[in-house]
Design a protein. Structure first.
Lengths: 108, 373
């Protein structure tokens, strides 16, 4: 959920919107925000499956260190979505295991 | 592969790195600051609370305002700032492997200052990998920088200042903080922060820990359990809460990877979050010309990080001849005075003792090496 009004911070400017696609579904995003932020706002909290146990993972550190939020972004696997800004028309895919550049994964 | 040559290269554009850049650049050095993020300021811009300390430390000013002021000073100082820039390695001669604007660079600097900060600790328990379990700092980034709520009903584990402050800021952002859980028998952080969330009606569970997180695809419930004086779970004391998010505020550890690469000597100081690079009062490490500043030298807080950055910047400028010994000594005395103030009182005292211990390790190392590096 977006935090527009805030007791300390200025009102959030929500006028500049772009659209990204998560596993094919359109997701509204604010220009310049990280991918993970747009997904979380849309209620998407599971970003990838682990290699060995095929478990779901989401955001852990949100500053680009832990790599729990990696997805396939415009065909590039292992992209840290918490520090990668959105771009209009961007395609992000849930990553299964290590991911691959061939984009063999189908949308989950 | 391009070569970039500067007097002082600084890795990390947060509290410490920007302060170091300001000091070195205003003294006349050619300074380059690099940061992986698209915005400078490190973690300062998520700190929306008022800082403590004396007026010299801008007590009463909110963290992000301090960040804006620091940025303005650095911009005027003439220091060059490269953002979206990855520093992936450091050679023994302190030259840096860098990717900037998609191009490879080797940055060669006469002095290098590492100010890479710290990252959050993790804690393992059943269900700890489910989406919805995250660092408290991650939740703080989400609400204060990205302006998105990570969840609606949140449990916080850890009652140090991070756990307390982020709990309050989650409530300011519109979330319900359902419970604050602490394994120790008492609250870890400042009473003034604890009081604010206590008055807001958040129940505190001290001597409790997480037993398990329950959920199919993400966090749905969390069960906590009381612990005895040896932190062992007491069966029959479990309580289960409906929450969608669990935040872990269980400390931080220094991001020292680059410093290890350069071959620095380290010591282990639990109060500082783990292994920290040996350094002297000038913030210079066991590798000549390599300086460190901020949380990477041991986890403290933003004001101390800024002062350590100031110290490293002044020392590097002096070593390069941009500051006279007298001018440098005067600046260092002021900085040391402010650091001593920050490292005093009930909470600061522990950090002062830890820093003295680290300095002693460094002195021992230097003596072993023959007194000079």
């Amino acid at each position: 959920m977006r935090i527009v009004e805030h007791p300390i911070l200025d009102e959030l400017d929500t006028t500049k919107k772009v659209t990204i696609y998560c596993d094919g579904q359109p997701v509204e995003a604010l220009e310049g925000e990280p991918i993970a932020s747009a997904l979380m706002n849309a209620g998407i909290r599971s970003f990838r499956y682990t290699v060995k146990r095929h478990e779901k993972r989401g955001i852990f550190c949100a500053i680009g260190r832990c790599t729990d939020c990696m997805m396939i972004v415009d065909g590039v696997p292992n992209t840290r979505t918490c520090v990668t800004p959105v771009r209009d028309g961007m395609h992000v895919k849930t990553q299964d295991g290590l991911g691959s550049f061939e984009q063999k994964e189908e949308a989950k | 592969m391009k070569i970039k040559e500067v007097d002082v290269a600084i890795v990390g554009a947060g509290s410490a790195g920007l302060s170091a850049a300001y000091q070195a650049a205003t003294a006349g050095a050619k300074v380059l600051v690099m940061d992986e993020n698209r915005l400078p300021g490190g973690q300062l811009f998520k700190q929306i609370h008022k800082f403590f300390g004396s007026r010299a430390h801008q007590a009463g000013t909110r963290g992000y305002v301090i960040g804006q002021q620091l940025l303005e000073r650095v911009e005027k100082s003439g220091a060059e700032v490269w953002l979206n820039t990855l520093v992936y390695g450091m050679q023994k001669d302190c030259s840096l492997g860098v990717i900037h604007d998609g191009e490879h660079y080797v940055v060669k600097a006469k002095k290098v200052i590492i100010a890479t900060g710290a990252k959050e600790n993790y804690l393992a328990f059943p269900g700890s990998t489910l989406p919805g379990v995250m660092g408290a700092g991650a939740a703080q980034t989400m609400i204060n920088v990205n302006r998105v709520l990570p969840g609606q009903r949140i449990m916080m584990l850890g009652s140090g200042n991070v756990g307390l402050i982020v709990s309050y800021q989650l409530m300011q952002a519109g979330a319900d903080v359902v419970a604050l859980v602490e394994a120790a028998p008492g609250i870890g952080g400042y009473g003034v922060h604890a009081g604010k969330i206590r008055r807001a009606g958040v129940p505190f569970y001290v001597s409790h820990t997480i037993k398990e997180v329950i959920g199919k695809d993400e966090v749905e419930k969390v069960t906590i359990v009381q612990v005895d004086s040896k932190f062992q779970q007491i069966p029959g004391t479990e309580k289960t809460f409906d929450v969608d998010t669990l935040c872990l505020a269980v400390g931080l550890n220094p991001m020292t990877e680059l410093i290890w690469m350069a071959g620095c000597e380290f010591c282990f100081i639990p109060a500082f979050g783990g292994h920290v690079p040996l350094h002297d009062r000038n913030m210079e490490t066991s590798v000549a010309g390599l300086y460190v500043a901020g949380d990477v030298t041991g986890v403290e807080e933003a004001s101390s990080a800024m002062e350590e950055g100031n110290m490293a910047g002044v020392a590097a400028a002096e070593a390069l001849g941009y500051l006279s010994a007298e001018d440098a000594a005067a600046k260092k005395a002021e900085i040391t005075g402010r650091l001593n103030t920050l490292r005093s009182g009930q909470f600061g005292e522990k950090r002062r003792v830890a820093k003295e211990q680290q300095l002693q390790y460094m002195a021992d190392y230097q003596a072993k090496k023959g007194g000079s590096l």
